[in-house]
Design a protein. Structure first.
Length: 198
């Protein structure tokens, strides 16, 4: 029996609400700016310019912007934006004429992200509540779609990729960082929500 998507989303929301409220607690995954710099290749000086409210809850698994930064004036969609580390770096690159649409399903992350927008003052960022499998973004809107450690949490990865390509303009780019497992997971593991959120 496949994992229940609604139950999985609730479990994910609990975990990432805890990350927002206590980012240094210690999780099965790494958090914070030191992790981003030392393990994932982010530039320490760029992260130092962002407040702790943005960088401390960061729980990414890679650096999608290392594959290429957006251009000034571009529109970027960040799937599973969280507190906004990649969102704010993209916003700097697109400048005031560009747009970054940060999508997240977790209410605590949305609140934190919106608070961070108000704190930093990047008017080109808009947080929207939604799912990776049903992005609240119009067709052909984005020059670049990014995601960091989110697609692995979806039970319908095909739907996530369909949505990413739906919102991309012709010639747009998809840049993701995620977890890939190179062996088959036994059915019991695929049905265990604790493994999905571990």
């Amino acid at each position: 029996m496949p994992v229940d998507a609604a139950e999985l989303r609730r479990a994910i929301e609990r975990v990432y609400t805890e990350v927002v409220n206590d980012p240094k607690k210690g999780y099965h995954f790494h958090t914070g700016p030191d992790h981003a710099v030392e393990r994932l290749g982010y530039v320490r000086e760029e992260l130092a310019e962002l407040p702790d409210a943005v960088t401390a809850p960061f729980a990414g698994v890679g650096n999608p912007l290392s594959l290429g930064r957006p251009r000034p004036g571009d529109t970027v969609v960040d799937i599973g934006a969280g507190s906004g580390l990649d969102t704010f770096l993209a916003a700097r690159a697109v400048g005031p004429e560009g747009k970054v649409i940060a999508v997240d399903m977790t209410e605590a992350m949305l609140r934190r992200g919106r608070d961070n927008v108000a704190l930093i003052g990047h008017r080109q960022i808009e947080y929207r509540q939604g799912l990776a499998e049903a992005l609240p973004v119009e067709d052909g809107r984005a020059d670049l779609v990014i995601s960091n450690g989110v697609i692995n949490l979806s039970v319908d990865k095909d739907a996530v990729f369909r949505e990413a390509f739906r919102v991309l303009r012709p010639g747009g780019r998809l840049q993701i960082a995620d977890i890939v497992i190179h062996k088959d997971i036994p059915p019991a593991g695929r049905e265990d929500i604790a493994i999905w959120t571990a």
